[in-house]
Design a protein around this ligand. Structure first.
Ligand SMILES: C[S@@+](CC[C@H](N)C(=O)[O-])C[C@H]1O[C@@H](n2cnc3c(N)ncnc32)[C@H](O)[C@@H]1O
Length: 204
């Protein structure tokens, strides 16, 4: 089975509260987005947004230039349906973050629990180079992954676990870390997964 078929299957068969990564409110992401200080008309992209309600919260906070990317069309269809008439306010991009036309530029690149699935160096470098292509100097990248003491798998797939330092090293000197935190994510069935979230700003 191809990786995106795995995700299509998950999103077709499970409801939001049956997936481990579900959050009723993406508080860490929202706080980091607010901390960028960017105006609400600045372009923001959520990578692998899936069925996350981050986009709902950003629309409610009056963000006007939002894009959500995911390679599982069924996930984006659910999110669009949930948003009803507000779905027209968002740009939806169905495709692999490593190959799809990303559009942009984006002032904020947000990714929770997607980058950590890229287990090969070449994939990681391709992802980071694409991110750097569409985020101009002064823009922000918020990357949330399983922490070093987090689970070894997510949705049954192997992941790479990061500390904020190891992630920072991978991003390289073009990106300056602005803040980082560790947090415990409680799955809908109350197991605990340790995440790290880091916000970087692209240097001039
Ligand atoms: C673990 S879920 C996280 C969803 C969301 N970010 C959240 O925090 O609730 C991972 C999501 O990323 C998507 N995804 C994984 N790899 C991807 C890729 N290479 N390109 C685009 N989407 C991808 C999956 O379809 C899935 O919706």
């Amino acid at each position: 089975m191809k990786a995106n078929e795995h995700w299509e299957k998950i999103h077709q068969e499970k409801t939001a509260d049956q997936v481990s990564w579900y959050q009723s409110e993406p508080t860490v992401s929202l706080a980091m987005i607010a901390k960028t200080g960017c105006d609400v008309d600045q372009p923001v992209i959520d990578i692998g947004g899936g069925i996350s309600n981050l986009v709902d919260h950003l629309l409610a906070a009056s963000y006007t230039n939002l894009a959500v990317l995911d390679w599982a069309a069924s996930a984006l269809a659910q999110t669009r349906q949930r948003l009803a008439d507000k779905e027209t306010l968002v740009r939806w991009i169905v495709g692999d973050v490593l190959t799809v036309e990303l559009g942009g530029p984006y002032r904020i690149w947000h990714d929770r629990a997607v980058f950590h699935f890229l287990t090969e160096k070449e994939q990681q470098q391709r992802y980071l180079s694409r991110m750097a292509d569409v985020v101009p100097a002064g823009g922000h990248a918020i990357l949330s992954t399983f922490a070093l003491d987090g689970p070894e798998k997510c949705s049954g797939l192997p992941v790479v676990r990061y500390s904020s330092d190891s992630l920072s090293e991978l991003l390289g000197e073009t990106w300056e870390r602005q803040e980082a935190c560790l947090y415990d994510h409680h799955t809908p069935w109350q197991s605990v997964q340790r995440f790290q979230a880091s916000r970087f700003q692209k240097k001039a």
